[in-house]
Design a protein around this ligand. Sequence first.
Ligand SMILES: [Fe+2]
Ligand SMILES: [Fe+2]
Length: 239
Amino acid sequence: MTVTTQTVREIALENPASIRVFESFGIDYCCGGRKPLAEACEARNISVDSVIAALEKGAADPAPATEDWSAQSLGSLAAHIVNTHHAYVRRELPRLAELAAKVVNRHGDTKPELPEIQKKVAQISEELTEHLAKEEVVLFPYVTRLERAKEEGTARPHGCFATVASPIAMMTQEHEAAGALLADIRELSGHYTPPVGACPTFHAFYIGLREFEQDLHQHIHLENNILFPRALVLEGASV
Ligand SMILES: [Fe+2]
Ligand SMILES: [Fe+2]
């Protein structure tokens, strides 16, 4: 299999440094990452050769290594997600809501996209707050207990569901919904491009939204592509 026929998700898993390259080209490697690289490039009107060149350059660069979570315990991956990505989401959402209120107040009359973006930020905030709580209270502790039971050779722990596939399906659906809201925001904001002469708050708002989307992609990649599939395999192998 060549790199063009490998799916974007497979490349991201094999080579975590590729994530930076995909981010820079706007190629989705998490919820929409099941497409072959060539197809993903075609959909975004990008030359596959330039992406491959950037991937090769990334592999040759002694840039800081992105952590390879595929070989670490699920408990430590879940803790990393909570401490890094969930903490970031909780820190950023109120700041983005505040910036949204300021730009809508100052420029909402002439920029009708701003109140639309503000509404979508509020919706993401509401949905993600509930989503993080479900992962932290139900799913992640269960996966950690499942892993411990396997290590100790004891019976599969009881959960409030018949199989871990149920909460995973629900979380995956919620990831798609959050990803779609952020894609709408990206479109409404002209790919986070503030108008010429925009005030620093406007710039800060769009920079914050862009970074939020990038962090969410990395966050969802760790869950959809590493944590969830490994939890399903673990459950299948449990007694
Ligand atoms: Fe999460
Ligand atoms: Fe999640």
